[in-house]
Design a protein around this ligand. Sequence first.
Ligand code: ADP
Ligand code: ZN
Ligand code: ZN
Length: 657
Amino acid sequence: MPLRKVFDYLPVAETVLADLQPGMRVRVPFQRRQLVGIFLELASQSELDPSRLKPIEAVLDASPILPPEILKLCLWAADYYHHPVGEVLAAALPGLLRQGRPPEIKSKKNAAPPPLPEPGSAPLRLNDKQEELVQAVTAALNRFSVFTVDGVTGSGKTEVYLQAIQTVLEQQKQTLVLIPEINLTPQTLERFRHRFGVPIAAIHSGLTEKARLQAWLNARSATAFILIGTRSAVFTPLPRLGLIIVDEEHDSSFKQHDGFRYNARDLAIWRARDAQVPILLGSATPSLETLHRSWEGPYRYFSLPERAGGATLPVFRVVDLRRQYLEEGLSAELLQGLTTHLKAGNQVLLFLNRRGFSPVLICHACAWMATCKHCDARMTYHLRPTRLHCHHCEAQKAVPVRCEACGEKELQTLGLGTERLEQALQKHFPDYPLTRIDRDTTRRKGKIEEMLGDIQSGASRILLGTQMVAKGHHFPNVTLVGIIDSDYGLFSSDFRAAERLGQLLLQVAGRAGRATKPGEVWIQTHHPHHPFIQLLQQGNYQQVAKALLQEREQAALPPYSSLALFHAEAHRLPEVENFLNQVKELAQSLGNSVSIRGPISALMARRAGRYRMQLLLQAEHKKTLHAFLRQLLQKVEGLSNKLRIHWAVDVDPMELE
Ligand code: ADP
Ligand code: ZN
Ligand code: ZN
C-alpha cells in the first residue's frame, strides 16, 4: 500500500509462530480484498484494539522469499528514500511473486536446460593501466571498496570487467552487472556469453514475467553465476555475491523517475558494503558525485585515459552559427565537412536530441502555437505518420488544417527535429544511405539491432539520432560527429543541465574514430565563446567535471549538500499551492536545520492535466536532511487534505522536474 506504515495481523490459527520468518509472503484480508503481504516481524502488542485485528489467511512460503540481506536492503531503501515500505518490497519482487504465485517455473517435461555456450573469446593482453586496475580489484575481493573506473570510450573498461569476473568465477562466486535502461542488453550479454562458459541470467524491461521470474530464480539459487540487468536487478538475491559492476554509472536511467524514486547505483553501493564485496563504477563521463568521492573521498580512482588497441581520441572544433545561413540547422561549414568525410569513404554521425519533425507548429497570421491541452508544452509536429504529439503526456491529435485561433490556413512548422533533419540530409546527400535512430524509428522489436547491423556493415553511411546514439555503441568507421544544436542545455534552470550536456556531448564524441581513422567532433553553437563550450571543446571530461564541481561548491549544491524535492500535483492549482504551503509551515516548525525554498512551479508547471509544484529542501549533511524528512513526513501524513493531492518525496533528485 502506498502508505508509510506497516499493518498488524494475527497469526493464522495453525501456524506455529516459530515457523514464521521475516521475508515470507502471506495472504491477508485488506479492506474488502485479499492481498499478498510480506511478513516483517512479530509484535507482542498492537496499537489497534485486539478485537479489530484480523488473522492472516495463509502463509505462502515455507522459507523467506526475500532472503535477509534483500529484506534489509529494502528496509534501508524505504527509510532512505522515505518511501512506503510496501511499495519498496513490491518493487523488489518479480511480478509473478508479487501476485502470490509459487517461486518456481513449471517447465515442460524433460525439457533440457539450454546448452552452455562454448567459451570462445580469450582474455586480451591487458595494457599497464588495465592490468593495475584488475590487480587492485582482485586483491580486494572479499571486502568492501568502491573503484571508480574513469575510462574514455573504447579504453577497455569492459575487458577489465571481464577479467575481474574471471577471478570471481574461480572463487565460485556470483557477479552482479548493472547496465542502463537501453537496448544494450543483447550486445552486452553476447560479449559475456562469449567469454565464459557459465550460465548467465539477464533481467531487463523486455522480458516476459515468466522469463523474469526464471532469471530471478536462477540468480537466487546460484545456478546463474553472472546476472546482467537494468535498474531493478539490484534487488535480486545473489547468495554467492562476490563482485558488483555498475557500467555507465552516470546514466540517469539508474534513477527511477516516479513512484519509488531510488537510484540503483547508490543501492548497489550499499549492497556491496553490506555484502563486503568490491564494486566497480565505470563510465567515460562519471557523475560529479562519483568524481567528488573519488578525488576527495574514499573511492579508489582509476583512469584509463587512452583507447585500448591504439585508437586516438577525436579532435574538437566549434562552428560559430552566428549570422550563418543554415540549411535546416546545418551550416555550410558542416555540410562541407560531411561531404569530405563521406567522399573519403567514411561514415558520419549527426546528433540532435529532439525527435519528430519540428517542435513547434505556428500560425503565420496570428502567431498561435499548437499546445497540449493537458500540459504546459507545445505539441511536436510529426510527419510520418502526420500528427501532433505531446512528448510529455503522449497525447496525440490530427494536425489542424486551419489555425485554431484565427482560422487562417497559415500554419507553419518551426524548429528542427530528427525527422526534418533526415529529410534535409536525404535531399543534400541522395547517394548515401542513411539511418535515423530515435524512439520513433526503433519501436518495433529487433529494429534497433537491424539498424546497428547496417551501421557496422557499412551499408549505412549517414547516421543521425537522439541520445539513443550517444549510448554504449561504438562506431569505428564514423570519422565525423556533428552536434547540431549544443545551445540547448546551456541556459537551463536545472542545476544538472550542464553536467548532462557535457556527458551527452562527450559520450557522442566517443562514438567515433579508431587507429587508422581518427575522429573529429564539430560542435555547432551560437555561443562559441561561452566558457562551457570552450571547455567542452578541449574534449577533456575531467576538466569539465572540475569546473562544474567548483560551481557546485560555490552554490552549495550536491555533492556539497544534500537535496530532496517535495513534489506535489493536483488538478487545481490552488490546492497544490495550499498543500505545499501547509507542508512548508510544518517544516518551518521543525527548526531551521534545513533550508526550504518554494513552493515554486515545477519546470513544467502542468503535465497530463495536473498542476505541479515543489518545495526544495536542502541541508549541509545527509543525516540532518533525513532526520528532518522523517519528522516532516509523519506530520504530512496527518494532513487531512493530502488524499486529493499526489505528492512524493524525491531524495537526491536527478532533475528538478
Ligand atoms: P570500453 O568498455 O571502455 O568502451 P572495451 O572493453 O569495449 O572498452 O574495449 C574497446 C575495444 O578495445 C574492444 O574492441 C576491445 O576488444 C579492445 N581492447 C580492450 N582492451 C584491449 C587490450 N588490452 N589490447 C587490445 N585491445 C583491447
Ligand atoms: Zn492564426
Ligand atoms: Zn501533454
